[in-house]
Design a protein around this ligand. Structure first.
Ligand code: SDX
Length: 393
């Protein structure tokens, strides 16, 4: 404490806002979007219906949903000038870097999105970014592969359109596998919002200066990219691969994770809020089994993941710190089964989290939150006088 300021590093015990969007109970592993349990939404809903629920607060009627889908459908194209930006990236550019840059460039294409917009402009911003991000994401992958981009096909649903833009090649017909589209739909729903996590707090903070929705989301994409946050889903698969290459010796990695000096963490384990099983991890773990079976895929890293989970859940170090598998632990196994390359895993997380970022940004604007500007406890020099260069040591 210093004067009136309380220091709370990482905001572990600080509420930054009031919100009616997502309810999270870390002790009991509960997650609800606008009151609906994610278990029910993952089972019965579709990603764009959940996006509508998060952003507008209610499940849409059929006419409302039809209008929403139609509006998105007619905004899936990006300005052709964007291709010049894509072409500027080297072939080995990470898709997350391309995604954040191109999403931020939307502010340059639509400068009216900076400052306070009228309701029609705000609605158009929301539709545009929901419609264009899958196109930008798929094009980021094509840039990385050195393949020609695919333009969106508006007769396809959201997930099928993304898979088509990702994997279709001019040399052969591409048919979307409904099993893959369904699995993607479920994964996007499970990632859609998670109250005031690092990337969502970033979106709110940037948006609080009245920066555009696009710039705020671009900042969120960059925060999500960090290996401690959404970037963990790529790290998990790379960790499981190295355990497999190391003869499946899970105990060695458990011991390494317990030894701070190793600097190694069990990626996909632990959570700031969940001190019980992450409910999303439970659903994704079950879905991983189903999807691999439906696609007839045997992935040895799934067995390694299950062994690792088993070992950690019976180890004192993880038990006393309440470290359980989180959303990132099994999601990569499904993405891989769907043919999504590892460096696109966090892009998939961003696509899923987009409606949450939009909903939280919209709520922040509607509740007229002041510009975010925290204080600090100063630990630097007291006053001292300038020294000319000759007087310095
Ligand atoms: C996401 O916030 C959200 O909601 C995020 C998210 C979302 O939907 O938006 O749920 C998505 O980001 C999931 C988390 C993905 N990240 C990882 O899987 C990376 C590995 N996990 C850790 O880095 C860590 O658990 C965090 C970042 C998730 C949480 O960090 P905290 O809350 O700051 O906890 P901490 O670092 O203070 O750890 C507490 C203790 C420490 O040990 P002690 O100092 O008490 O001895 O647990 C240890 C840590 O060393 N610890 C781990 C560990 N995670 C925490 N030790 C080994 N392996 C781990 N994974």
């Amino acid at each position: 404490q210093s004067g009136f300021i309380t220091l709370d590093r990482g905001f572990k015990n600080t509420g930054s806002t009031k919100s009616a969007i997502t309810f999270l109970d870390g002790e009991n592993g509960i997650l609800r979007y606008r009151g609906y349990p994610i278990e029910q939404l993952a089972e019965k809903s579709t990603f764009l219906e959940v996006a509508y629920l998060l952003i507008y607060g209610e499940l849409p009627s059929q006419p409302e949903l039809d209008k929403f889908l139609q509006e998105i459908r007619i905004h899936t194209l990006v300005n052709e000038d964007m291709k010049k930006i894509f072409d500027g990236f080297p072939i080995n550019a990470h898709p997350m870097g391309i995604l954040s840059a191109l999403v931020c460039s939307l502010t340059a294409f639509y400068p009216e999105s900076v400052g306070d917009m009228n309701p029609e402009q705000e609605h158009l911003s929301i539709i545009r970014i929901l419609a264009k991000m899958p196109t930008i994401a798929a094009w980021s992958y094509k840039n990385h592969m050195g393949h020609p981009v695919n333009y969106p096909k508006n007769r396809l649903d959201y997930c099928s359109n993304f898979l088509y833009m990702m994997f279709a090649l001019p040399v052969e017909e591409y048919e979307v596998n409904p099993v893959i589209a369904d699995a993607m739909n479920k994964l996007l729903i499970l990632h859609a919002d998670h109250e005031q996590n690092c990337s969502t707090s970033t979106v709110r903070l940037v948006g609080s200066s009245r920066a555009s929705l696009y710039s705020s989301v671009s900042a969120g994409i960059n925060a999500l990219w960090g290996p401690l946050h959404g970037g963990a889903n790529q790290e998990v698969i790379e960790m499981l691969e190295s355990i497999k290459a190391d003869g499946g010796n899970t105990n060695k990695y458990i011991e390494m994770a317990k030894n701070k000096a190793s600097g190694f963490r069990l990626m996909g384990f632990g959570h700031r809020v969940y001190k019980n099983f992450d409910p999303r991890a439970k659903i994704i773990k079950k879905a991983a089994d189903q999807v691999l079976t439906q696609l007839g895929i045997k992935d040895p890293v799934l067995d390694i993941a299950q062994q690792l989970e088993e070992a950690a859940l019976h180890d004192e170090y993880f038990i006393e710190r309440k470290l359980y598998p989180n959303v990132d632990f099994y999601s990569g196994i499904i993405y891989r089964a769907l043919g999504i390359p590892t460096n696109m895993f966090t892009v998939m997380f961003a696509l899923g989290r987009l409606p949450g970022w939009i909903a939280q940004w919209k709520e922040m604007r509607e509740s007229k939150e002041p510009i975010g500007r925290p204080r600090q406890i100063y630990t630097g020099y007291t006053e001292r006088n300038y020294l000319g260069i000759k007087e310095r040591k």
